[in-house]
Design a protein around this ligand. Structure first.
Ligand SMILES: [Zn+2]
Length: 76
């Protein structure tokens, strides 16, 4: 987690309060992932884990891909 320090000052988009990291658990108690797929047999899906930032003031929740670079297809 090389860039975790960069996430320490994320401000809430709604009220500007500093957000904190939290777990966003599904019914199966696993964190969700984001995935992109493309048509074509040679295109494997690309995906990244996510992390959740929550505002302790207004409750705004933001999901962020932990590895956004992995969401690019090789040809993009
Ligand atoms: Zn807020």
């Amino acid at each position: 987690m090389s860039d975790s320090d960069n996430d320490n000052n994320i401000k809430c988009l709604r009220c500007g309060t500093e957000m904190v990291e939290a777990y966003f658990l599904t019914y199966m108690c696993s964190q969700p992932i984001v995935q992109r797929t493309r048509k074509g047999v040679l295109s494997a899906p690309v995906q990244s884990g996510t992390k959740c930032m929550v505002c302790q003031n207004c409750g705004y929740i933001e999901l962020r891909a932990t590895e956004p670079h992995k969401l690019k297809f090789r040809t993009e």
